[in-house]
Design a protein around this ligand. Sequence first.
Ligand SMILES: NC(=O)c1ccc[n+]([C@@H]2O[C@H](COP(=O)([O-])OP(=O)(O)OC[C@H]3O[C@@H](n4cnc5c(N)ncnc54)[C@H](OP(=O)(O)O)[C@@H]3O)[C@@H](O)[C@H]2O)c1
Length: 288
Amino acid sequence: MKRILIIGSHGMLGQDLVKVFEADQNWEVFAYDRNEIDIASEKSLREKIERADPSVVVNAAAYNAVDKCESDEIEYELAKKINGYGPGILAKICADTGISLAHYVSDYIFDGEKGEYKENDKPIPISNYGRSKFLGEEEIQKNTDKFWLIRTSKLFGKIGKSPMAKKSFFDTMIQAAKDNSVLKVVDEEKSCFTYTPDLALETKKIIEEQIPFGIYHVVNEGACTWYEAALELFKLAKMEVEIVPVPSSEFPRPAKRPKSSVLLNTKLKPLRHYTEALKEYLDNNYNF
Ligand SMILES: NC(=O)c1ccc[n+]([C@@H]2O[C@H](COP(=O)([O-])OP(=O)(O)OC[C@H]3O[C@@H](n4cnc5c(N)ncnc54)[C@H](OP(=O)(O)O)[C@@H]3O)[C@@H](O)[C@H]2O)c1
């Protein structure tokens, strides 16, 4: 039986990774989150890797408080540890022991000026969060050759299990529509939504098919703005809501977002359209 270690197993993506690997009897799954493993501690990582003795590690742990680490230096240091140096240490341990590593990165490593990005486009982050995620890419590539860097964007799926877990955009919109008859939604920041069960399955495929190591863009098809996605959501949910498109300047936030950061997948088979995945998510989780 093959052995896999999943770090960040209580997160939105992590819990789906655990589900898809545990559903397959060919895999023995070791899954840990913040209470059992610290991605920023070499000692903690070495202990768990020694115990699990995996052939592959998937790291879905991350610091994701985009605005908090923009306005607070201590938080930025933490973001660099969790998203940057920690994954670098993990990569070094994996290289020492011959283990392959899959790790996730964000479209926020791009500045958004070009609009659409291929796997080999040069990252130019414009926020501290983006810089911390790009640092992770650099640290991993510096420390191991056996890596899959999987860039993704706008995740949606079941909320993570931790008390600090963030709801996805679609759950937030559904709640907002229950509380308000008119919603203002940003008609900018075009990028791709990604359904976490689809991303988890694609990760399994990359690992099992031994796709060559390197950088990949894994997102659902159908790039859109937040406003365009909200229109699709309420159409699918058959909810009567008035949605008003607004520029992002209507909701000022500490961290800059890329104007358009569409990740182009030029290396793998495309995933299904996000609206198809969204319909499945709504059918499985809501009773409209
Ligand atoms: N969410 C998005 O829209 C999005 C977009 C692009 C890329 N990504 C990337 O996709 C990956 C998965 O994201 P996600 O949304 O599933 O993340 P998530 O729900 O925030 O889950 C991350 C998990 O990592 C845990 N964690 C935090 N610090 C840790 C530490 N020091 N050691 C071990 N575990 C720690 C968190 O625990 P606590 O909750 O207790 O802190 C949480 O359970 C990440 O690499 C993320 O950067 C996400």
